[in-house]
Design a protein around this ligand. Structure first.
Ligand code: FE2
Ligand code: FE2
Length: 259
């Protein structure tokens, strides 16, 4: 089966649906539409525009923090392959490992294009401590084998905020950064969708899990929220756009009954 225009995932039984959307076949068909014609995320036809020093400086800080988030998701997804409760979820997580590695790669490449000679040390220097702490907490949940909590931290908290922030940033970004973000956004949407779907199903049969996830949420989401709000300040987002991060994220946790 394919992800072509005629394909209607809602016509499938639940298990067939999961087999379909968690497959590499679905992934190939999805990414083909927005990645195959781009080198490091950039369309051939896009021309680099003039970026003044102050704007470049702010963009470098933002991209360094995006790289921390992508590294967290890359290492998190890789660990989640091992602890996933079924084979479908392992396969989906393997597609996510590939996506997150690609996101990290395109952000590192963009940093070099912006004149950063050593992205590793620049990321170290500019990373917001709260995001580094979030990464540590996520990887702790993974190493404890806590699939439900780790999927919540990664595929709901981190992914839904990234999905919003990258879209707001893309609206004001220079042309090349906009291209790079466009390819990343489509992937993050798929990852956030997996998180909400997976937790929605597991919480339906285990309502007591909600209390535990609410506690995890109160500990983890301020870390990520503050970081992404700061990122939007750096890219010059206006107040209403900034409030979208909290708003869209809250809608997701409300749908899961975690407010
Ligand atoms: Fe990502
Ligand atoms: Fe992601």
């Amino acid at each position: 089966m394919t992800a072509d225009a005629d394909f209607n995932p809602h016509s499938l039984t639940e298990q067939d649906f999961l087999d379909e959307v968690h497959s590499f076949q679905f992934w190939f068909d999805s990414v083909e539409g927005y990645l195959t014609d781009r080198v490091y995320g950039k369309l051939d036809s896009t021309v680099e525009e003039e970026i003044d020093d102050a704007r470049r400086e702010r963009l470098i800080t933002t991209l360094c923090n995006y790289a921390v988030g992508e590294t967290a998701a890359l290492e998190g997804s890789a660990g989640l392959v091992r602890i996933a409760p079924d084979r479908n979820s392992k396969i989906f997580m393997a597609t996510q490992v590939a996506d997150e590695a690609r996101h990290l790669e395109v952000f590192l490449h963009r940093l070099r294009e912006l004149g950063v000679v050593d992205p590793e040390s620049e990321i170290e220097r500019r990373a917001q401590p709260a995001l580094v702490d979030f990464k540590g907490s996520l990887l702790e949940l993974v190493s404890e084998g806590d699939w439900q909590a780790a999927v919540f931290a990664q595929n709901v908290i981190l992914e839904s905020m990234e999905y919003t922030v990258f879209r707001v940033h893309a609206a004001t970004a220079d042309a090349v950064t906009k291209d790079v973000l466009a390819g990343v956004i489509s992937d993050e949407r798929r990852h956030a969708g997996f998180g909400e779907n997976d937790l929605g199903r597991s919480l339906a049969t285990d309502p007591s899990g909600r209390r535990r996830l609410r506690e995890i949420r109160s500990h983890l989401d301020p870390m990520v929220l503050g970081v992404f709000e700061a990122a939007l300040d750096d890219v010059g987002a206006l107040a209403p756009e900034r409030s979208r991060i909290a708003g869209e994220y809250l809608e997701t946790v409300e749908r899961l009954g975690l407010t």
